[in-house]
Write a protein that binds this ligand. Structure first.
Ligand code: DON
Length: 331
């Protein structure tokens, strides 16, 4: 049920919204104990499993923040949405989609089996590791830093500052990621890669190690919700068609083998990362009644205790609750 017939879009109701979100954070924090912090990238184990925070930014700049709002974390797989966007902006949509498909896998994010068994002509989608490493190979540039420069420029435009790499996380993944190297060699054997394997892997590990906050994710989400336009300036940051494609991928593939459930029970585009981040967004809704964030919003969540699929366990439950209470579902 949507809450009441309140006018949710006035300043005084911001206080109400804040109160609700504070209560929900307190409630869902208890669920963090049901999950586990990622350990296969050793440095990620250092995260505090009790942490849970959310930032929601509306089109008019309204910002509701609650819980552990100021803990930086690495973006991990959420970066896959952004490198896909950058690759489409550099190379054109059809060039990229000729080389990476847009089909959900129903498998774990780091699965090789599915690729090999189906003998497909290209990786399934840019949001699983095989697709993301392929996308990294499509980025222009001879070194990993050159490949990632346009990503950093895009981030700077969206966030108003240039985020940095968490070198410890980068080195930790680089030195232990045998699975991604195995995926990389398989991609190389199949002729999917457009540039050197080691440089592509290095770019992939680096993009995953960019440090962000939930406010950053909420801002990016808001721009995607607004079809690639910065709502405060009306500047086109991401071409509309690319933003739409990215959102379709988030909805169908963003939560890996939990994407179907997330679409059914939460109903908004989202993408998770193993450090515990989730980016989500709700487009503007057309309704007679007043609803919170009716003009659309971007959402950033952080909760490093993960479920079996590698998604923030309390973060997903919190998003489900908010989406239901505020009628955010796009369906
Ligand atoms: O490639 C990896 O394993 C990590 N750098 C990223 C995986 C990830 O974030 C999966 N998301 N839930």
């Amino acid at each position: 049920m949507v809450q009441g017939a309140t006018n949710w879009n006035t300043e005084s109701t911001e206080e109400w919204l804040q109160q609700y979100v504070d209560d929900w954070i307190a409630f869902y924090r208890k669920h963090t104990h049901e999950g586990e912090v990622a350990s296969y990238i050793p440095v990620l184990q250092e995260a505090n499993a009790d942490h849970l925070g959310i930032s929601i930014i509306g089109k008019n700049g309204t910002n509701i923040r609650s819980g552990d709002t100021d803990v930086p974390f690495t973006i991990q797989s959420i970066s896959k949405v952004l490198t896909f966007i950058v690759a489409c902006m550099e190379r054109g949509i059809s060039y990229v989609l000729d080389r990476v498909d847009v089909e959900p896998t129903g498998e774990a994010f780091n699965s090789i089996m599915h690729l090999e068994m189906k003998q497909v002509k290209k990786p399934f989608n840019p949001l699983v590791n095989a697709g993301a490493i392929t996308v990294a190979s499509l980025l222009e540039g001879k070194s990993s830093d050159q490949k990632l420069e346009p990503l950093f420029e895009l981030l700077e435009k969206m966030l108003g500052y240039r985020p940095h790499l968490d070198i410890d996380v980068y080195e930790s993944e680089r030195d232990t990621s045998m699975r991604n190297r195995a995926i990389g060699y398989y991609l190389l054997e199949m002729g999917y890669l457009e540039s050197d394997l080691n440089i592509s892997l290095e770019a992939y590990f680096k993009q995953c190690s960019i440090e962000v906050t939930i406010d950053d994710l909420a801002k990016i989400g808001m721009i995607l919700a607004n079809d690639g336009f910065d709502p405060s300036t009306d500047e086109e940051i991401i071409p509309r068609q690319v933003a739409r494609l990215a959102k379709a991928l988030m909805l169908t593939c963003g939560m890996y083998d939990a994407s179907g459930k997330f679409a059914a029970y939460v109903g908004i585009p989202a993408k998770s990362g193993v450090a515990g981040g989730i980016i989500a967004l709700a487009p503007a809704r057309v309704r007679d009644e007043e609803l919170p964030f009716i003009d659309g919003c971007g959402i950033g969540v952080y909760g490093p205790a993960l479920d079996k699929q590698g998604n923030s366990i309390a973060g997903i439950r919190l998003l489900r609750h908010i989406a239901n209470k505020w009628d955010l579902s796009i369906f």
